[in-house]
Structure formats: C-alpha cells, structure tokens
Ligand binder design. Structure first.
Ligand SMILES: Cc1cc2nc3c(=O)[nH]c(=O)nc-3n(C[C@H](O)[C@H](O)[C@H](O)COP(=O)(O)O)c2cc1C
Length: 185
C-alpha cells in the first residue's frame, strides 16, 4: 500500500477475528515500530507481544487489580474485565523506558514511543490487519506494570490490539488541518 493511502485509510479496528496473526507479519510490524525517530538513539520503546495464554494472564492481573480497588464488585463485572485482553489474538503492550543518561528527557522518550505506536498501527494496516491503540486505566495500573516488569513510575503508552478485522471500515472523515495550523512566514 502506498504511504499516503496507508495513512489516510487507517482506522481503529474494534472488532477483530480470533485467527492467529502469522509471526512474520508481527515481526514486520515490530520492525516498523523500531524504525521510529528517537532522540539520542535510546530506542525507548519496550514491546511486549502477547498472544495465547499470556492474554489470559493479563486479564487475571486486571481482574485482581479491580478487586483490590472494589472488593465488592459484581462477579460479572470482574469477568468482563478479565476477558478484555481476549478481544484480539495479539496485543502489543508498548512501554516507555525511563531515561538513564542525564541528557535524555522523559517527555521525549514518550514522544518517540508514540511515533513507534503510530508506525505499528500503520504497518498493521498496510498488511491488511486491523489494529487499535487502547489505554484506559490499565495503562496506569501498578499491578499491570508489575506484570510487564515495569516500574510504577514508568509509562505504558498503550496496548495495541491486532488481528484480522471483522469488518474493513472506512477511515473517519477528518476536519481539515487548517484550524490547527498557523502558516508563519
Ligand atoms: C493515546 C491513545 C489512547 C487511546 N485509547 C483508546 C482506548 O482506550 N479505547 C479505544 O476504544 N480507543 C482508544 N484510542 C483510539 C482512539 O479512540 C481513535 O484513534 C480515535 O477514535 C480516532 O479513530 P481512528 O483511529 O479510527 O481514526 C486511543 C488512541 C490514542 C492515540
């Protein structure tokens, strides 16, 4: 797919089939993420590729965390939370490495990881897959971070759900860039 076509036709695919995504496609997608620009070449993204039972484990962690917060939560609500990671055959959890060297800036690492996320979304779309970038409270959840071996003060930029789309959807019509743009001469 041509670059502008890929950018302009990408959409968030909410409904994904359960079919597995071939490993070579996932490697292409991860490689695209890894090509994102990043200051000082620190490659601050940390990519966790979940498929199969690891999605159930993530669901268990989320359910346990919700029960910590709301011990009286109805079983059905907890079951729903547990099932959330099963909405896609693959989830790429994208974490952000905190700066080690003094010159590296945390916000810039987050910016670079956002660029990696967009590359991942575009690569998935170009390969005919569906993808959606999800966050929610789970991206800030201490137990979820622990599950991925991330420190509590580290950022999870998102959980990118990937699979074959149930329905190929048209990209939403966007307002023009004009009202967000100032031409300065
Ligand atoms: C940082 C970030 C977090 C997002 N979190 C969610 C989310 O938790 N749930 C969701 O349904 N979509 C989420 N989205 C996707 C947006 O809702 C989606 O991109 C937006 O509605 C525009 O639709 P489009 O991607 O089809 O153009 C997120 C997008 C970004 C960039």
């Amino acid at each position: 797919m041509e670059l502008f076509e890929t950018i302009n036709t990408r959409y968030s695919a909410k409904n994904l089939k359960t079919d597995a995504v071939p490993r070579d496609m996932l490697e292409k997608i991860l490689d695209a993420g890894n090509h994102a620009p990043n200051h000082y070449r620190v490659r601050p993204w940390r990519l966790f590729v979940l498929s199969g039972g690891s999605r159930n484990k993530l669901g268990e962690v989320r359910a346990a965390s919700q029960l910590d917060r709301m011990p009286d939560a109805p079983k059905e609500a907890i079951d729903n939370i547990r099932a959330l990671p099963l909405r896609a055959p693959v989830i790429i959890t994208v974490g952000v490495e905190k700066p080690v060297e003094k010159k590296v800036i945390g916000e810039e690492n987050i910016a670079a990881v956002s660029a990696a996320c967009q590359n991942i979304l575009l690569a998935a779309h170009a390969l005919g897959l569906g993808a959606i970038w999800r966050t929610g409270e789970w991206a800030r959840d201490a137990k979820v971070k622990e599950f991925f071996g991330l420190a509590e003060d580290q950022t999870i930029s998102g959980f990118i759900y990937i699979g074959y789309p149930e329905i190929v959807t048209e990209s939403a019509v966007r307002p023009s860039f004009e009202d967000r743009t100032t031409w300065m001469e």
